[in-house]
Design a protein around this ligand. Structure first.
Ligand SMILES: Cc1cc2nc3c(=O)[nH]c(=O)nc-3n(C[C@H](O)[C@H](O)[C@H](O)COP(=O)(O)OP(=O)(O)OC[C@H]3O[C@@H](n4cnc5c(N)ncnc54)[C@H](O)[C@@H]3O)c2cc1C
Length: 446
């Protein structure tokens, strides 16, 4: 059976199952989720089983396009395309992120200054609607409104079963060069200047303080003098600061934060041993995510719990480039990341998605933070998230919604184009079978 026939058969099975059993407000999938809600999510709910929709269907090297099912992970996609000298325009940095998750949840990487967000590389999507119909949406067909609204919809308008996406040529290696910066202004100027250079493929900055910050500029390369090991020997984010030149295979570069789940694997001796000896299947973010969910469930079942001194600060914010210095200075003066870095990258959006208000062609500054911070008990829970979100919104910015958010529904609707969303919801999910974006991303039901 061809891949196209196999996909058609999977769709027919799905439609028949939904007709017999009804739908659900969430999905089941093989790979681990990269949603991050600070508090445990609501109880069990009926879920649509999309586990089989994870295949790469067809690559057209001539046209530089790829057809892939929605639940295919970026690792599966890169494994299928890189041997032929191609990768997606944007490859999010964790192996288990899926093409659909990164589309509906906003996907970024260190080359967003050139190619925009993940959704900017999307050509078409086949979407399962709440009533069981499957529609194909594209920028110029009858469902163009759905296509434009997929980014930041988090599955509340329907579930993506298949996409067609753009690819770009990729060399086998990536050569990285890191430059220390004198301060926030130098850091931002170094990144902005690099966005204008044709010989630069990737730009990323890390900042520990106003005095310890650096920018890494990277480019594809056909040959490198050596290949650095970031699975066992080195921890990526430490290596780039220590060693001006770093050479990686392209796959290692694209998923450079996966072995350490950014910087969330401790450096105490048991973990050093783990880093050296654990099988590769355990040295990946998907394993750590499952392990941390299991550990948190276990801890929350204990009759007594130690007072929590720390809380997560796991967020991504985008502000117009001219507001970058203000956001950065504010965030760094408010939150102490206990030796972990802030991460930053420039982004130039290609389109204006309906539910993620960014201006196409304008340069944005993305600031990310993925670690635990010490609580300030006198300020209440999640103080840092709340104040940095507020600053970001006040600066005309927007934040991704994969983590926790604490704003009221009116403000949420003002920021994320609630009026257009209501119209789309009435059209594509008139019975409200799926949750709303606010319910899903702020009230954290599913
Ligand atoms: C620690 C951390 C680091 C991150 N790092 C990066 C990064 O480096 N780059 C980046 O781009 N992003 C990053 N993200 C954000 C991540 O891309 C988003 O959370 C994304 O939505 C995760 O996609 P997933 O495939 O894991 O889907 P899930 O986490 O399983 O689901 C995410 C949302 O998408 C919906 N969804 C899933 N599948 C479908 C479908 N087929 N159709 C419609 N809706 C669907 C789900 O219902 C859910 O609401 C990070 C997130 C975390 C927590």
């Amino acid at each position: 059976m061809s891949n196209a026939d196999a996909f058609a058969a999977r769709k027919a099975t799905l439609v028949a199952r939904l007709a017999a059993e009804g739908g659900g407000a969430g999905i089941r999938k093989h790979s681990s989720s990269n949603l991050f809600r600070y508090r445990p999510r609501g109880g069990a709910h009926a879920a649509i089983d999309l586990r089989d929709f994870n295949h790469v269907l067809r690559m057209d090297a001539q046209a530089r396009t790829l057809e892939v099912e929605g639940l295919a992970t970026y690792e599966a996609i890169v494994d299928a395309t890189l041997p032929h000298g191609f990768v997606p325009l944007i490859t999010p940095e964790l192996k288990d992120i899926t093409i659909a998750g990164a589309t509906v949840g906003i996907g970024i990487e260190s080359n967003c200054f050139r190619h925009g967000f993940v959704h900017d590389g999307l050509l078409e999507a086949e979407v399962l609607l709440a009533d069981g119909r499957i529609v194909t949406c594209a920028p110029d067909n009858d469902h163009a409104d759905l296509f434009q609204a997929l980014p930041n919809s988090y599955g509340t308008l329907g579930y993506i079963l298949r996409v067609s996406m753009k690819l770009m040529p990729a060399a086998p290696y990536v050569h990285l060069e890191t430059t220390p910066c004198r301060g926030v202004d130098d850091f931002l100027a170094t990144m902005q200047t690099a966005t204008r250079r044709d010989d630069v493929d990737f730009i990323e900055g890390m900042a520990y303080s106003g005095k310890r910050l650096f920018v890494t500029i990277a480019r594809f390369s056909d040959a490198v003098p050596r290949v650095d090991d970031i699975l066992r020997e080195n921890i990526f984010y430490k290596l780039v600061e220590r060693q001006r030149d770093v050479c990686l295979t392209t796959k290692d570069y694209l998923f450079r934060y996966d072995p350490e789940w950014f910087w969330n694997i401790p450096e105490s001796w048991p973990y050093r041993l783990f880093r050296r000896l654990a099988p590769e299947s355990m040295r990946r973010s998907g394993f750590y995510k499952r392990y941390s969910v299991f550990k948190n469930r276990l801890l929350s079942a204990l009759p007594w719990r130690a007072r929590e001194r720390e809380e997560p600060l796991i967020q991504d914010w985008e502000v117009p480039w001219e507001k970058a210095a203000e956001l950065m200075r504010f965030a760094m003066s408010e939150a102490d990341l206990s030796g972990k870095p802030w991460i930053a990258t420039p982004i130039r959006p290609g389109r204006a998605p309906t539910l993620y208000p960014v201006a196409p062609g304008e340069l944005y500054f993305n600031l990310g933070c993925y670690c635990q911070v010490r609580k300030r008990p006198e300020k209440g829970d999640y103080y840092y998230t709340k104040v940095i979100d507020r600053k970001c919104f006040d600066l005309g910015g927007v934040k991704m919604l994969y983590s926790s958010t604490f704003i009221d529904e009116d403000e949420f609707n003002r920021i994320y184009n609630g009026a257009a969303y209501s119209a789309l919801k009435s059209k594509y999910d008139p019975e409200g079978k799926l949750k709303t974006l606010y319910e899903k991303c702020v009230l954290r039901n599913v």
